[in-house]
Design a protein around this ligand. Structure first.
Ligand code: ZN
Length: 404
């Protein structure tokens, strides 16, 4: 890193402070529910062009993509710019699409999850272009991904598989409260389907009740949840019956169909095979012929692109000594004067980059994860300024770590 680069970057970002704050305000004011991100994507692309990015466009899925530099090391910054909906029962003190500022905090839907990172990336990009011109030792992609709330991972899966952009390292903008997050539990969904034989309720001994076949399985799943063991640093996995559906020819008949839907969170060492094996053991114990399946998640993006993916999102975690985590910790030290690592409780686009493709991934952003999806979403504006410094410096620290 050239002498004084850090100071130059940080002071330039300080001088962009008002632009940064009005940019995040605008991003919050543009409503962008999952599948309805056209306006915000077009806004981001036009701003990236205005800021002098080398490339700015939306891809075949509808993600906003900006590119800076053409060096050999490819780093991707990703912030999903869709949000969950505001529901009638939510109690917002500040209007969810107002972007109001009170005492140095900005309020609104997406103020935590996770529009601030997008604003930070863009201003960091603007400053990098201004200072560095065109001769970068790295290539930096800045992605505003869409539909993450409905299909975590898929937007980046699309970029890597269909747009053929394969980064070497990924930084996610999910809220970390300015810590370096280095992993998350995986998750998957499963269905178990039991079939029986219907009969008139008056002659129920002639039928086989599918609900009765399912009941001992449900009871054992409840017990299984309590037996799952924690693994540091991700904690313990979990299994939850989220839905029970049954069918019978009438309300006066023996039910011949029962299906349960399961949410499974996976810690280290747990994966699709191990999860299915556990369930098969329960089936075997009860001599059950019920079928286990993994459903597909399907949908359509604002651009009209359909997608379908298996509801399996692998666990991932990186050691604190990993060069990517280490570079992020050093950048954090330089940008905010401290460095702490952590992990997410919820799922992120890292299930695609780290989980499916094995591309080293971390996260760094302002905001507290536990406020996501709530009417309490708030952004400490000064934290966004700090994160933006991090985003401007990180690629240089990363390169230093690889060269060693
Ligand atoms: Zn998010």
């Amino acid at each position: 890193m050239e002498n004084g680069l850090k100071e130059k970057l940080f002071s330039s970002i300080e001088s962009e402070k008002e632009n940064l704050f009005s940019l995040i305000q605008r991003l919050i004011q543009i409503k962008s529910y999952s599948g309805e991100e056209k306006e915000i994507v077009e806004f981001i692309v036009s701003k990236m062009k205005e800021y002098g990015f080398d490339e700015a466009y939306h891809d075949g899925f509808g993600n906003a993509i900006g590119k800076i530099g053409n060096g050999p090391i490819k780093i991707m910054y990703d912030a999903h710019i869709d949000t969950v909906r505001v529901t009638e029962t939510e109690n917002w003190i500040h209007p969810p699409f107002g972007g109001e500022i009170v005492n140095g905090k900005m309020y609104g839907r997406g103020a935590v999850d996770e529009k601030p990172a997008m604003a930070g990336f863009m201003i960091a990009g603007k400053v990098l272009k201004k200072i560095y011109g065109s001769d970068f030792p790295f290539t930096l992609y800045m992605v505003g991904s869409v539909l993450e709330e409905d299909a975590d991972g898929y937007p980046l899966y699309h970029i890597i598989r269909n747009e053929k952009i394969k980064p070497d390292y990924v930084v996610l903008g999910e809220p970390t409260d300015l810590k370096v997050y280095r992993g998350q539990r995986g998750r998957m969904e499963l269905k178990i389907t039991a079939t029986g034989k219907s009969a008139h309720g008056a002659h129920n001994h002639k039928g086989i009740n599918a609900i009765y076949k399912m009941m001992p399985i449900v009871a054992d799943i409840e017990k299984l949840d309590k037996k799952l063991k924690p693994k540091s640093p991700l904690g313990k996995g979990s299994i939850t019956v989220s839905q029970v559906v049954s069918k019978a020819p009438s309300m006066c008949s023996v039910s011949d169909y029962c299906q349960i839907h399961l949410d499974r969170r996976m810690t280290i060492g747990e994966n699709k095979n191990s999860v299915i094996k556990e369930l098969k053991e329960i089936m075997k114990k009860h001599k059950s012929d019920a079928k286990i399946s993994v459903p597909d998640v399907e949908g359509i993006s604002w651009k009209g692109t359909k997608f379908s993916q298996e509801a399996y999102f692998p666990t991932w975690v990186y050691d604190e000594k990993h060069p990517l985590v280490d570079a992020a910790m050093k950048t954090s030290m330089a940008a905010i004067g401290k460095a702490k690592s952590g992990v997410w409780s919820f799922s992120t686009n890292g299930v695609a980059t780290a989980g499916h493709f094995g591309i080293p991934t971390i996260g760094f952003a302002p905001g507290r994860e536990e406020l996501a999806h709530s009417s309490k979403e708030e952004l400490v504006l000064n934290d966004l300024l700090k994160a933006t410094k991090f985003y401007s410096l990180f690629p240089f620290e990363m390169i230093k770590n690889i060269k060693k």
